[in-house]
Design a binder for this molecule. Structure first.
Ligand code: BES
Ligand code: ZN
Length: 614
C-alpha cells in the first residue's frame, strides 16, 4: 500500500501539489480529481474530466421522464475521447464547443451494476461537451410518485437518490466520488410544483427553477426533488421544506437544528456550505436521510412528535464535514464517509443531550455491529473493501458505520479527546473539497498523531472481525432497562418506564427473547400500545419481535407499515423475520401490495431477499 502511495506522491509533485497528502490527487482549477482507479466508473480521468456541469432539464410527470441537456465543462488532457457513465439513458445527440456541431458517440456494452459507458469523440481543444438525452421512466435514481403516495395526496412528487452509483441513471456523468465538480441547473416543472436541489436556488418562478452549487462536490451528491412544497426558516441559516400538511410537525421536530449546527461547528470548524436545510420527503424515501449538500433529504419516519429521532439529522449534518468535504475516493473506502460521520454524530448528540444519551446511541450501534459481524461473510467485515465486480451497495453495511466508529473511538480513548479533536479539525481542513483513500488516511494519521503508529489500525482496517481493543460501552440506563424487563416490573409498576426515551424503549424491545409467551406480548401491548406506536423505530422493533413470535394482533398494522414506508433499514429486518420464521407466504403477499410503492434501492434489495423476479 505504502509503495503505491509513494509512487503517486511522485506523480503529484509533477502536477504541483502543495503537500504530500494530495499524494493521490491532481488539483486543477477549482476541481479536484482522484487518480485512484474507481472500479465502479468507466471514466478515464487521465484523458479528460468534468469540472462543471450545467443541467437543463424538463420534468414530464405524464411520461415519467426527465429530458434535456447535460453540458460538461471539461479539463482536457489533449484527448480524442471522453467517457461518461450512463444507465438506461437515451442519448439523442452530443455537441462539442469547438465544432459547434454534433459529434460521434457510442454506447458500450451494459454492465448490470455499472451501466453503459458513453464514449464521445472530442478534439484536443474541446472544453465543453453537451449531451442531449432523456431518462427512462424506470431510472434507478428517480422515484416518480402519484399524489396518492404523498402526504397531502393532491400533487405528484419526484425525488432522486444518487449514492452510491445511481446518478448515472438520471445524468450522463463521470459518476465516481473521486471527481469533484461544481454544477448549475435550470429545471422546468409543472406550474403548481416547486423544485429543490442540493444547491442554492437562484431563480424561482412559475414552473422554472435555477440553481447553483459553487463548491465542488462528487456526482453522488447531485440531487433533485419536485413537489408541492412549502418552506419555513428555522434560524439564520437553516430551514425545512415539507408538504403543507406536514409543515407544522416538521417545524416543531427540527426546532434544535440551529443549535446542532452550532455544536458541530464548535467541534470541528466552520460549516462550509452557507445554508443547511432539510426536506422531509414522502415515506417511500429508501433511507433515513441522505446528506445532499445544503439540503438533507429525510424520511418522514423521523417525525416522531417528540424530537426523539433527530439524531439522524445530526448524522446527515455531520456529513457536511465527513463525506461532503473529505470524501471517500472510491466506494471501497466508504467507511471514511460513514465511520467518521457516526463518530461526529455521537459527539453532537453528547454536546446537546449529554454523555448518557450518546452512550445509549453507541450501545445500540454496538448491538447492530455484533449482528452484522455474525451475518456477513468474513471478507465483508473489513473496513477497507474490495467491491470490484460487485454492487457498491454490498459494502454499505454496519461495518463501515459502526466498526468505523469504534476504531475512531479507540483512537480517541488512547490518545485523549483533546488531541483527537484537534486532529479531526485539521483533518477536515486538510481534506476539504478533496478525496482520500484509506491509505492516505493511514499515512496522514500516522504523521499527525504518531502514537497511532503503535496501534493496530491495520488490523482494524484490513482484517475481518472486531479487534480485541474495541472500546466497551457501558450504559447505566440500559442496565436499568434490562432489570425492568427481566423482573417484569414494567407490569407490576408500569410507571418505572415513565421517563424512558425512545432509545431505552428500543433496548427494551431488542431484549425480548423466546421466553416471552403470547400473554407477555399481549400484556406489553396493552400497557404500552406498541402495535399502534407512531414512533417508527419503536413500531419496527416491535413488529420484528411480533413476526418471530407469531403475535398476530400486530399483523394488520405491520402490513400497513410495510405498504406505506419504503425505508430499507426497516424493510430488510421485517421481511427477513418473516422468511426466517416460516412466513414466506405472508411476506410475498405483503410484498406484492407494497412493492409498487418502493424506490429502486429498496425493491432491489427486497427482490433479492425474497427471490422475486418480475
Ligand atoms: N449516506 C447515507 C445513506 C446512504 C448510504 C445512501 C449508502 C446510499 C448508500 C446516510 O448518511 C445514512 O447513513 N443514512 C442513515 C442514517 C443513520 C445512520 C442515522 C439511514 O438512512 O438510515
Ligand atoms: Zn451517513
Amino acid at each position: 500500500m505504502k509503495k503505491i502511495t509513494y509512487i503517486l506522491a511522485c506523480c503529484s509533485l509533477l502536477v504541483g501539489c502543495t503537500n504530500q497528502y494530495e499524494s493521490n490527487t491532481m488539483e486543477k482549477q477549482n476541481s479536484q480529481v482522484s487518480t485512484m482507479l474507481d472500479v465502479h466508473s468507466y471514466a478515464d480521468f487521465s484523458k479528460a474530466y468534468t469540472t462543471h456541469l450545467f443541467l437543463d432539464l424538463t420534468a414530464d410527470f405524464d411520461k415519467k421522464i426527465l429530458s434535456g441537456i447535460a453540458a460538461h465543462t471539461i479539463q482536457n488532457n489533449k484527448a480524442n475521447e471522453i467517457i461518461f457513465d450512463t444507465k438506461e439513458l437515451t442519448i439523442l445527440k452530443v455537441v462539442i464547443n469547438d465544432k459547434g456541431e454534433e459529434v460521434e458517440f457510442s454506447l458500450g456494452e451494459e454492465d448490470e451494476f455499472k451501466g453503459t459507458p458513453l464514449k464521445v469523440a472530442i478534439t484536443p481543444n474541446t472544453t465543453r461537451v453537451e449531451i442531449h438525452y432523456s431518462t427512462s421512466p424506470h431510472s434507478e435514481a428517480v422515484q416518480w410518485l402519484s399524489p396518492q403516495q404523498t402526504a397531502d395526496k393532491t400533487d405528484s412528487f419526484l425525488f432522486t437518490q444518487g449514492e452510491a452509483i445511481l446518478t448515472r441513471s438520471w445524468i450522463p456523468t463521470q459518476d465516481s466520488p473521486g471527481n469533484k465538480i461544481t454544477y448549475s441547473a435550470r429545471i422546468k416543472v409543472p406550474d403548481s410544483l416547486t423544485a429543490v436541489m442540493s444547491a442554492n436556488t437562484t431563480v424561482s418562478k412559475n414552473g422554472l427553477f435555477e440553481f447553483e452549487m459553487k463548491q465542488p462536490i462528487p456526482s453522488y451528491l447531485i440531487a433533485l426533488a419536485i413537489g408541492k412544497l412549502e418552506y419555513k426558516s428555522l434560524g439564520k441559516r437553516s430551514g425545512v421544506y415539507a408538504e403543507p400538511s406536514m409543515m407544522q410537525a416538521c417545524y416543531n421536530e427540527f426546532e434544535e437544528l440551529e443549535a446542532m449546527i452550532d455544536a458541530a461547528e464548535n467541534l470541528y470548524g466552520p460549516y462550509a456550505w452557507e445554508q443547511y436545510d432539510v426536506i422531509v420527503l414522502p415515506p417511500s424515501f429508501p433511507f433515513g436521510g441522505m446528506e445532499n449538500p445544503r439540503l438533507t433529504f429525510a424520511t418522514p419516519t423521523i417525525i416522531a412528535g417528540d424530537k426523539s429521532l433527530t439524531s439522524l439529522i445530526a448524522h446527515e449534518l455531520a456529513h457536511s464535514w465527513s463525506g461532503n468535504l473529505a470524501t471517500n475516493a472510491t466506494w471501497d473506502d466508504f467507511w471514511l464517509n460513514e465511520g467518521f460521520t457516526v463518530y461526529f454524530e455521537r459527539r453532537i448528540a453528547e454536546a446537546l443531550y449529554g454523555r448518557d444519551y450518546s452512550e445509549m446511541l453507541a450501545l445500540l450501534g454496538f448491538q447492530d455491529l455484533t449482528h452484522t459481524l455474525a451475518d456477513l461473510p468474513a471478507e465483508d467485515t473489513r473496513l477497507k473493501l474490495d467491491l470490484e465486480g460487485r454492487s457498491p451497495d454490498d459494502g454499505m453495511s454496519d461495518i463501515a458505520y459502526e466498526k468505523g466508529y469504534f476504531m475512531l473511538r479507540m483512537i480517541e480513548e488512547t490518545v485523549g479527546r483533546d488531541k483527537f479533536d484537534s486532529f479531526l479539525k485539521t483533518y477536515f481542513e486538510q481534506f476539504k473539497f478533496k478525496n482520500l483513500t484509506t491509505e492516505v488516511f493511514l499515512d496522514y494519521i500516522h504523521d499527525e498523531l504518531p502514537a497511532t503508529q503503535n496501534m493496530n489500525l491495520k488490523e482494524w482496517i484490513y482484517k475481518p472481525g472486531l479487534p480485541e481493543n474495541c472500546p466497551v460501552v457501558v450504559s447505566n440506563k440500559f442496565e436499568k432497562v434490562d432489570e425492568v424487563r427481566i423482573s417484569q416490573t414494567y407490569v407490576t409498576t408500569p410507571a418505572v418506564t415513565k421517563d424512558w426515551t425512545t432509545h431505552e424503549w428500543l433496548h427494551f424491545l431488542r431484549g425480548i427473547d423466546t421466553s416471552w409467551t403470547m400473554e407477555n406480548y399481549a400484556k406489553a401491548d396493552e400497557l404500552f400500545s406498541f402495535t399502534t406506536s407512531t414512533n417508527s423505530e419503536i413500531a419496527a422493533a416491535w413488529f420484528e419481535k411480533s413476526i418471530r413470535a407469531s403475535y398476530q394482533p400486530a399483523y394488520e398494522a405491520l402490513e400497513a407499515f410495510l405498504i406505506k414506508v419504503g425505508r430499507r433499514k426497516f424493510l430488510t429486518p421485517l421481511y427477513r423475520a418473516m422468511i426466517e420464521s416460516g412466513k414466506k407466504n405472508m411476506a410475498n403477499t405483503i410484498y406484492q401490495k407494497a412493492r409498487p410503492n418502493y424506490h429502486f434501492v429498496s425493491s432491489n434489495t427486497m427482490d433479492a431477499l425474497l427471490g422475486y423476479s418480475q
